[in-house]
Structures are given as structure tokens and as C-alpha cells.
Design a protein around this ligand. Structure first.
Ligand code: ADP
Ligand code: MG
Length: 356
């Protein structure tokens, strides 16, 4: 099911929670809505589900106009499945009954699916790996198993659109990693369009076909994980997705001169044009390396103020005229706190407009 969101705004009294959102989602796409707490992610999802109606603008799902300020189709008339952070299971229903319920009662279920409910239940149990636990009650399940039941309940009636609001944030770190794979598998098997809300950039980068980065009720950037990571368009996106040093300076003819070191010129290496308007050069810590000697003329000098051993790399913080730069380096380069170092940029190779 494709989705088209046009000029969508939502106010709560005087407060503008969403401002002029434009977004088109293709049938079968996995879209992550990524942004900090309070930026409007849940509000956007509630508008898509039909729990809220727009203050301005419209939402189309498939061929249907489902949400405008004048007319908003209620959630039960939209063919969607939903999974929330709180699993919200029914305490008196077993795993199997959680899956049976929507198959029997969902408005959009084809008669054939209803007739073969038991078959569908088995299929869904298998998709979420709960075959052996089908008769358990919610209080007999672990957190991860409960989340699987919530997922199973949502996908059982074959919705064409699946909305998920931070579905993994109540699980511990290890389980979250495992459930990422489960959700990707469900996407592959169901081919449903998924709109997945998260404040966790790792989840968005790992799972989504495209990421919508939101800030302050607005869309900052839409792109594939690689585009968002390698070509952030705003300082906010560069800082929120991954770690970035935002070096301030002057852009001229696609050459960058940092304010700190006016004798240096860096080629743009694929920095997004939009970013250039902010007078910034975003550099990932892994794009920088350190040397003890000034062996190149494009280096910037600083003093190491922090060293953290991470196993496969070392995280350095380097003080550059009062600014802190993060540099991630291979374990074999050894430096000491207080040592003067030279920072170099690894010039990126450009391939299909993406920096690799
Ligand atoms: P997120 O899910 O990104 O954390 P929300 O969409 O829940 O953010 O909220 C966005 C903003 O809108 C927040 O400042 C929140 O306080 C406000 N908000 C959300 N729902 C309501 C409501 N029903 N009434 C008033 N303010 C609301
Ligand atoms: Mg939320």
C-alpha cells in the first residue's frame, strides 16, 4: 500500500507538533521515522492510523484520501496493523487466541482467510517462531516472546500497512538486535509497507529502505541509510545519525577552508550542497587519522585529551584550539594524552555519488 502525505500539519491548541510534512512512501517500502523524543514521530503515526485528524493537509493511503481536516477515516476502516512499545497483550488470551482474534474480527479479512483461520494461525506462529508456545498465556512469556505475540497479532490479518512505534525499546540490548532480524524477516515474508518509528539511529540504519529524519515537527532529510549517513544535508542530521565533527569554515568553488586553519583547502568529497549553506564540513571520526609529524600540508594540529580503547579501534578526543574533535583510529596507532598530533582527512572515493 503506497502512502502520500501532503502539506500535513498538526497543532495541539497553539502548539505546532507537525509542520508541513511532505512524504511519499512506495508500496512495500520499509520506512523508518527517526528523530529525538518529542519531535512528532508518534503524532505522525497516529495521523496515519487515524487516531488523530490533520489540522492542515492530507493523507492518502493507496487510492484513498483517508485524512483531511474535514474528513478522517477511523482506524478500523484503514487496513493497517499496529505494534506499540507497550505490547498491550490481553491477559486472558493465549498466544494462539491473540492471533485468532484479529483473523475473525478484522474488517478487511477475506472470507477465505477466516475459513482457514487455523492454517493462518500456524503460518503466523511460524513467522514469529512461536510454534511451541501457542498455548501459553502472556504472563508465561518473556519480554521478547510477548513482543513477538504483538507482532503476530498485527500481521495475522494480512494488513497492507504495518505501523510500529518504538516496538523494541522495552527490550534489553541483546534481544533488540535479535528482533531487528525478526522484523526484517516479517517484512520480507509479508511484503507489507512498514512505517517504523524509532529514536535509535542504529535501528533505522540497519533495517529501513529509507529513513525520514525528523526534528522539531519537521522533516530534515529523507534518504537511504547510506545517503543519510554519507551525505547529511543539515548539521542536525550529521550529528543525530552517527557521530560527526562539524567543522566550521568557508566554502568556495567546492573547496573548504576551516576557520581554524586558513591555510588549508579540502575538496568537497561529496558533501551535500545543502550542508555548504551552513558553512560546515561534516567529518565522521573514522574519516580522520592522526600522525605525530606534520607529514602533509593539509593537516590540523591539536592535543589529545582523551583515549578510549574499544577493541577494534581507539577513540581519541583531540582539542583543536578549544574545539573537541573525535577521531577513531586503528589500534596500532598509539598516542598519549597531552601529546601534540596532526589530524588528517582520508579523502573519500566517490562512487555513484556516495562516499565510500
Ligand atoms: P515523539 O513520538 O517524537 O516523541 P510526539 O509525537 O509524541 O513525539 O509529540 C510531539 C510533541 O507534541 C510533543 O511536544 C508532545 O508533548 C506534543 N503532544 C503530543 N500529543 C499531544 C496531545 N494530545 N496534546 C498536546 N500535546 C501533545
Ligand atoms: Mg513517540
Amino acid at each position: 500500500m503506497s502512502i502520500k502525505i501532503s502539506q500535513l500539519s498538526k497543532n495541539f491548541n497553539q502548539f505546532a507538533a507537525l509542520k508541513n510534512i511532505q512524504l511519499s512512501i512506495d508500496d512495500g517500502e520499509f520506512i523508518a521515522i527517526l528523530g529525538p523524543s518529542g519531535c512528532g514521530k508518534t503524532t505522525l503515526l497516529r495521523l496515519l492510523a487515524g487516531f488523530l485528524s490533520p489540522t492542515y493537509g492530507k493523507i492518502e493511503i493507496g487510492e484513498n484520501e483517508v485524512g483531511t481536516p474535514e474528513r478522517s477515516l477511523p482506524p478500523e476502516k484503514r487496513n493497517i496493523g499496529m505494534v506499540f512499545q507497550s505490547f498491550a497483550l490481553w491477559p486472558h488470551l493465549s498466544v494462539k487466541e491473540h492471533i485468532r482474534f484479529p483473523i475473525l474480527h478484522h474488517r478487511f479479512i477475506p472470507a477465505e482467510l477466516k475459513k482457514n483461520a487455523d492454517e493462518r494461525i500456524q503460518q503466523v506462529l511460524q513467522m514469529v517462531s512461536l510454534e511451541k508456545l501457542s498455548d501459553r498465556m502472556p504472563n508465561e512469556l518473556s519480554g521478547g516472546q510477548r513482543q513477538r505475540v504483538a507482532l503476530a497479532r498485527a500481521i495475522a490479518p494480512k494488513p497492507e500497512l504495518l505501523l510500529m512505534d518504538e516496538p523494541l525499546s522495552n527490550l534489553d540490548a541483546e534481544l533488540r538486535m535479535e528482533m531487528r532480524k525478526e522484523i526484517q524477516k516479517i517484512h520480507r515474508l509479508t511484503k507489507a509497507t512498514i512505517v517504523y518509528v524509532t529514536h535509535d539511529q542504529g535501528e533505522a540504519l540497519a533495517m529501513a529502505d529509507r529513513i525520514v529524519v525528523m526534528n522539531n515537527g519537521q522533516v530534515e532529510q529523507v534518504g537511504t541509510p547510506a545517503e543519510i549517513y554519507t551525505r547529511p544535508k543539515t548539521p542536525f542530521v550529521a550529528k543525530f545519525v552517527g557521530k560527526a565533527n562539524l567543522i566550521e569554515g568557508r566554502w568556495e568553488n567546492d573547496l573548504f577552508t576551516p576557520h581554524l586553519s586558513p591555510d588549508i583547502e579540502w575538496p568537497d568529497d561529496g558533501v551535500a550542497d545543502e550542508m555548504k549553506y551552513f558553512g560546515c564540513f561534516p567529518v565522521r571520526p573514522e574519516q580522520l587519522y592522526l600522525t605525530k609529524d606534520r607529514n602533509k600540508n593539509d593537516s590540523i594540529t591539536g592535543i589529545i585529551t582523551s583515549i578510549q580503547y574499544q577493541g577494534k579501534e581507539i577513540h581519541y578526543v583531540v582539542d583543536v584550539s578549544g574545539q573537541e574533535w573525535a577521531v577513531h583510529s586503528s589500534v596500532y596507532d598509539q598516542f598519549q594524552i597531552g601529546e601534540q598530533v596532526f589530524i588528517h582527512i582520508k579523502h573519500a572515493v566517490r562512487k555513484n555519488n556516495l562516499v565510500i
